[in-house]
Design a protein around this ligand. Structure first.
Ligand code: ADP
Length: 475
């Protein structure tokens, strides 16, 4: 494409130029010449017929004398810028506006043959050898008593017709040159509007194909090419950012796997080489166990995130009682809550509240939110789980009075592996994947989750669920 498209266009332009030139220099001159001759012949024929029907007939019927006719025809010849003759069928010249009357001197046109025009009323030649140059000669017969008495012939010098033909052709040539120059504008327009942007786009795609997804380019036009460039830029930036995300993800996964493995290895080595005395083994084996738990949790979270991504919208939707799910999930945290003397207060709408969704996944959402609320709550505090109904939706809120989330972190908490600096110190087991899983699940349900949090005061996570159809509630 690099070379050919532009060359093709230039070639097409030259072919167009050459063809236009050939047409204008071959067909147009012959057509113009033909047209001018026919037009002139038609004009002269009207005059010749008029003469043959008036003055000339009078001459043969002796109504008018030769001198009067000549006088009239002389002035007409001057007006028509031509020679008018009256010729007998035998070829004898009766009258010639170019020659003065001389009855004694008889002029006969050799080989005069009015049928030589072959069914036309005019001929272009030297009139039976009577002229040195080419003449347009128009015939009109003079008839009297149904007999051809003679002919009115009007001669017009072909030089004059050629002159006006050339003048018209000059106009055509100038017009052609102007048109060719104007069509150069199309070439320039094509170069500016199509060729240069296309080259930019091609170069950009080459860069993308070579893996340089961060390459940016600009095409300043509002048309389809401009739109294509914008789409291409956007596509590349999306691929680049997803590549960056992937790299970040792999780096995070590797890091999160490496640190527990390093500490497990460190403790085990220290136990084997005796750096940790046998009486301390129990303590460090417990630490090792904790680290393996963390690794298991991380692997499980990664697996469920991966499943959510690949399965997308494949949810096992059923109508289920959210109140019982909330109660049972809270119950799983009883032990942890007792240790931190944290109470989970439940303010649930109705005894049973049926919602529509994937029961297991919603349970996981509640589990992750409660897990976080407990992790980030202070000792002797209360966590409140509340439900409310609004516009055919059930809103579930999990509220704690813990450490809260700094304002700048609020947008980032949904990102994979995100942990605030503060929580990093407090919560060593956290993977930073819990809230991404929550967001994915709620997103798959076509619902929303929001967070309201004040640093140092606590956080509230609220998500919506679709209420089950009323008929099903009865079941
Ligand atoms: P983790 O498994 O590390 O808790 P999450 O994705 O669940 O990962 O949470 C990401 C980050 O969001 C946490 O590290 C913490 O900084 C913040 N966060 C989540 N829930 C709360 C909460 N209830 N209170 C304060 N901070 C929270």
């Amino acid at each position: 494409m690099k070379k050919t498209l532009y060359l093709k266009f230039i070639l097409a332009y030259f072919i167009f130029g050459v063809f236009s030139f050939i047409i204008v220099t071959t067909f147009v001159p012959s057509m113009t010449r033909e047209h001018l001759i026919r037009e002139k012949a038609e004009d002269l024929y009207v005059e010749a017929t008029r003469i043959s029907n008036t003055y000339a007939t009078g001459l043969y019927t002796s109504e008018t004398d030769l001198e009067t006719v000549k006088e009239q025809l002389d002035s007409l010849a001057v007006y028509l810028d031509s020679t008018i003759r009256i010729i007998n069928p035998s070829g004898r010249l009766v009258l010639d506006t170019d020659v003065s009357l001389n009855v004694e001197d008889e002029i006969v046109i050799e080989n005069f043959d009015p049928t030589a025009t072959s069914s036309s009323y005019y001929m272009v030649n030297n009139f039976f050898g009577n002229f040195d140059s080419k003449m347009l000669s128009v015939f009109s017969p003079i008839t009297s008593s149904y007999m051809v008495k003679g002919y009115v012939v009007i001669h017009c010098d072909m030089m004059r017709i050629e002159d006006s033909c050339n003048r018209m052709l000059n106009i055509s040539y100038i017009t052609l040159v102007i048109l060719l120059l104007l069509s150069l504008i199309i070439l320039i327009f094509f170069t500016e509007m199509v060729y240069i942007p296309l080259r930019k786009i091609t170069y950009a795609t080459e860069q993308y194909a070579a893996g340089n997804m961060h390459y940016e380019f600009q095409v300043e036009s509002d048309d389809e090419i401009g739109y294509l460039a914008v789409c291409l830029n956007y596509m590349a930036s999306q691929i680049a950012s997803s590549e960056d995300d992937q790299k970040k993800f792999i780096a995070n996964v590797s890091h999160d796997f490496r640190s527990p493995l390093t500490s497990i290895r460190g403790y085990l080595e220290a136990m084997i080489d005796g750096t940790i005395p046998p009486e301390m083994h129990d303590k460090y084996l417990n630490i090792v166990l904790n680290e393996t738990e963390r690794l298991t949790k991380l692997t499980n979270s990664l697996l469920s995130l991966n499943n959510l991504n690949t399965k997308g919208m494949l949810l096992e939707r059923t109508d289920f009682d959210i109140n019982s799910i909330i109660r049972s999930t809270a119950a799983t945290f009883e032990g942890t809550c007792r240790k931190k003397t944290i109470a989970i207060e439940m303010i649930l709408t109705g005894d049973r509240m049926f919602v529509n969704g994937d029961k297991e996944k919603i349970q996981q959402v509640l589990y992750n939110l409660l897990d976080n609320a407990i992790k980030f709550s202070h000792h002797d505090s209360v966590i409140r789980v509340e439900t409310s109904v609004k516009n055919n939706k059930l809103f579930v809120s999990v509220k704690d009075t813990g450490i809260g989330i700094p304002k700048d972190d609020l947008k980032l908490i949904w990102d994979r592996f995100y942990k605030s600096d503060f929580s990093r110190g407090k919560d060593k087991k956290g993977t930073g994947l819990g809230l991404s899983i929550v967001k994915e699940i709620i997103g798959c349900h076509g619902e929303h989750i929001n967070v309201i949090s004040t640093e140092g005061a606590g956080s509230e996570f609220i998500f919506s669920l679709l209420l089950a159809d009323k008929d099903d509630d009865e079941d």
